[in-house]
Design a protein around this ligand. Structure first.
Ligand code: AHR
Length: 505
C-alpha cells in the first residue's frame, strides 16, 4: 500500500500552542494520593511529592495541568484544603464515593506545579457552589495582598499571588451524573454571572465555559449554543471532553476514533461561530479540549459502585496497550490539526487514573504505552502547524464510516527550519509506504530522527515488572542522511497499527 503527503511551509494553520500538551490532576482514585503525593515513599521530597513521578511528568513534557477536578470539583470546598494539615476535615467525595482527606489542597498543588514546571488551569465548583465561592478562591489565589483571603494565603506560606490565568467555570454540568447538574439555561446564566464577576476582579483572566461531556450527549450542540447565548462576551473558551475505547473487538473503528474528535471540534467551532454571528460579535470563542483520552469507560460503568468509603481507592486504572497508544498519538494529531481554534487541551489524567504514568504505593513508577506518543509529540511539535493532506487508501469502519488509513500532521519551525511529521497507520494487516514531498521547502533536509511505536502484538502493555515492553524504536526502513533525492522527497515504511514521528532538519 502507498500514500503521499506534500508539505508546504507557507500553508500554516496556526502556531503550535504549548497549552495543547496539558494534563489533568483530579482528586480521584490514586491520582493525587500515592500518585503525585506520597510522604514516606522512598523518593518523596521535603513536601511529600514523589520525585520519580515528578521526573516522569517533566519527561512527558506536560505544560499545563487542570486541577482539582473533574466530577470531584462539583462538590468540593476549596477552603478545606488550606491551612494546617492536621486541622483539615475528612469529607465524603460523592463523585467517586470515596473519602477526601484534604492533605493536598491548592497550596500544595501549586508547589508541585512549580516543581513540575507547569501552568495551573484551575476549576471552580459551580455544581454545589456559585459566584461568591468562585470569587473567594480567586481572591485567595490571585489577589496580591491586603484582603482577608489574600492575607490568609500569605499566612499559609505563599507570599506572592499564584497568578493563575486560565479558569474552568465548573465541570460537565450537562451530565446528569454531575453533582449540581443543570440545564443549559441555568448553567449559561451562572457561567455568565461568574465570568463577569471574576473578570471584574481580574480582567485578563481566560475563562472556560463547560461544553458537552461527549459528542454523544443528547444536548450536544444545543447545550453550547444556549450556554454561549448567555456567556459569549464574558468567556474565552468552551470546553470539549471525549473518551474513546475499543468496543467488542472492533479495532478498525477504534483506530479511526480521531475522526470523531475532528468532527467534535468542527461542530463546536461552527456552533460557537453561529452564536457569535447571531450576537453580531467580532470575538471568537476558542476550544479547551480539557479532557481527552482512551478510557475503557464501559468497564467502569458495568462494575458495581464501591461498597466501602475508602481513601484513594484504585479507580479506573486502565492498562494501555499498543493500539491505545496509536490512538493517543492520533488524537494529538487531531488536536494539533485544529490549533487555530483548539488552543488548550488536557489529557485526562496524569497519574494512575487513566494515565500515562503509573505508580505502586511504596514502589516504582513507570510509563504506560500512551506515554510515548505524548512525550515525543510535546517535545517535537515546534513552530507552526502545517496543513497536512494525505493522499491514501481508505477503509470501512462500523462506527465512523469510511476512514483514511493514514492520518498525519506536520509542524515546521521557521527559526530552525526543522520539520516534524506525526503519522499513524491504521491498517491492521499491512505496512504503508508513505512518500513525504518536501520540495516546497527549497532546501536540503535530512532525517534527524524517526521513531515508531508498534509491536507484533497490538495488545502488548507495559507493567511494573516489564515497564519497557512497549516503547519507541527507531523506524525501520528509513534512509538516513540527506534525503532530498532529486525530487525532494523521502519515503518511509509505516508498520501496521503504528505511530511514527519523523523529524527532518
Ligand atoms: O477524568 C475522569 C472523569 O471523566 C472526570 O472527573 C469527569 O469530568 C469526566 O466525566
Amino acid at each position: 500500500l502507498r500514500a503521499r503527503v506534500a508539505l508546504n511551509p507557507a500553508a500554516v494553520v496556526a502556531p503550535v500552542n504549548r497549552r495543547t500538551f496539558g494534563s489533568f490532576v483530579e482528586h480521584m482514585g490514586r491520582c493525587v494520593y500515592t500518585g503525585i503525593y506520597e510522604p514516606g515513599h522512598p523518593s518523596a521530597d521535603e513536601d511529600g511529592f514523589r520525585a520519580d513521578v515528578l521526573a516522569l511528568a517533566r519527561e512527558l513534557g506536560v505544560t499545563m495541568v487542570r486541577y482539582p477536578g473533574g466530577n470531584f470539583v462539583s462538590g468540593y470546598r476549596w477552603e478545606d484544603g488550606i491551612g494546617p494539615a492536621e486541622k483539615r476535615p475528612r469529607r465524603r467525595d460523592l463523585a467517586w464515593r470515596s473519602i477526601e482527606t484534604n492533605q493536598v489542597g491548592i497550596d500544595e498543588f501549586a508547589k508541585w506545579a512549580e516543581k513540575a514546571g507547569v501552568e495551573i488551569m484551575y476549576a471552580v465548583n459551580l455544581g454545589t457552589r456559585g459566584v461568591q465561592e468562585a470569587l473567594d478562591v480567586h481572591e485567595y489565589l490571585n489577589h496580591p495582598e491586603g484582603t482577608e483571603l489574600s492575607e490568609r494565603r500569605r499566612a499559609n506560606g505563599a507570599e506572592k499571588p499564584y497568578g493563575i490565568k486560565i479558569w474552568c467555570l465548573g465541570n460537565e454540568l450537562d451530565g446528569p451524573w454531575q453533582t449540581g447538574h443543570k440545564t443549559a439555561e441555568e448553567y449559561g446564566l451562572l457561567a455568565a454571572a461568574t465570568a463577569r464577576a471574576l473578570k471584574s476582579a481580574e480582567p485578563d483572566l481566560e475563562l472556560v465555559a463547560c461544553g458537552s461531556s461527549s459528542s454523544s450527549m443528547p444536548t450536544f450542540g444545543s447545550w453550547e449554543s444556549t450556554v454561549l447565548e448567555h456567556a459569549y462576551e464574558a468567556v474565552d473558551y468552551v470546553s470539549c471532553h471525549a473518551y474513546y475505547e475499543e468496543y467488542d473487538g472492533d479495532l478498525g473503528s477504534f483506530l479511526a476514533c480521531a475522526t470523531d474528535m475532528d468532527h467534535f471540534v468542527s461542530s463546536i467551532v461552527a456552533t460557537a461561530d453561529a452564536v457569535g454571528a447571531r450576537l453580531k460579535s467580532k470575538k471568537k470563542i476558542n476550544i479547551s479540549f480539557d479532557e481527552w483520552n482512551v478510557w475503557y469507560l464501559s468497564r467502569f460503568q458495568n462494575a458495581p459502585p464501591p461498597s466501602e468509603w475508602e481513601v484513594a481507592p484504585r479507580v479506573i486504572e486502565d492498562r494501555y496497550n499498543v493500539a491505545d497508544a496509536v490512538v493517543v498519538g492520533n488524537l494529538l494529531i487531531s488536536l494539533l490539526r485544529h490549533s487555530d481554534r483548539v488552543t488548550a487541551a488536557c489529557q485526562a489524567q496524569l497519574v494512575n487514573v487513566i494515565a500515562p504514568i503509573m505508580t505502586e504505593p511504596g514502589g516504582p513508577a513507570w510509563r504506560q504505552t500512551v506515554f510515548h506518543p505524548f512525550a515525543r509529540t510535546a517535545a517535537l511539535a515546534k513552530g507552526d502547524v502545517l496543513e497536512t493532506r494525505v493522499d491514501c487508501p481508505t477503509y470501512q469502519t462500523a462506527r465512523y464510516g469510511e476512514a483514511a488509513l493514514i492520518d498525519a500532521v506536520a509542524t515546521h519551525d521557521p527559526v530552525t527550519g526543522g520539520v516534524t511529521l506525526f503519522v499513524v497507520n491504521r491498517d491492521q494487516e499491512n505496512p504503508v509506504e508513505l512518500t513525504v514531498d518536501l520540495s516546497a521547502f527549497g532546501a536540503d533536509l535530512s532525517v534527524a530522527e524517526s521513531v515508531t511505536l508498534t509491536d507484533d502484538d497490538v495488545r502488548a502493555t507495559n507493567t511494573k515488572d516489564d515497564p519497557e515492553r512497549v516503547t519507541l524504536r527507531p523506524t525501520t526502513q528509513i534512509p538516513t542522511g540527506a534525503i532530498t533525492t532529486g525530487d525532494g522527497s523521502v519515503t518511509i515504511a509505516l508498520p501496521r497499527v503504528s505511530w511514527t514521528a519523523l523529524r527532518l532538519t
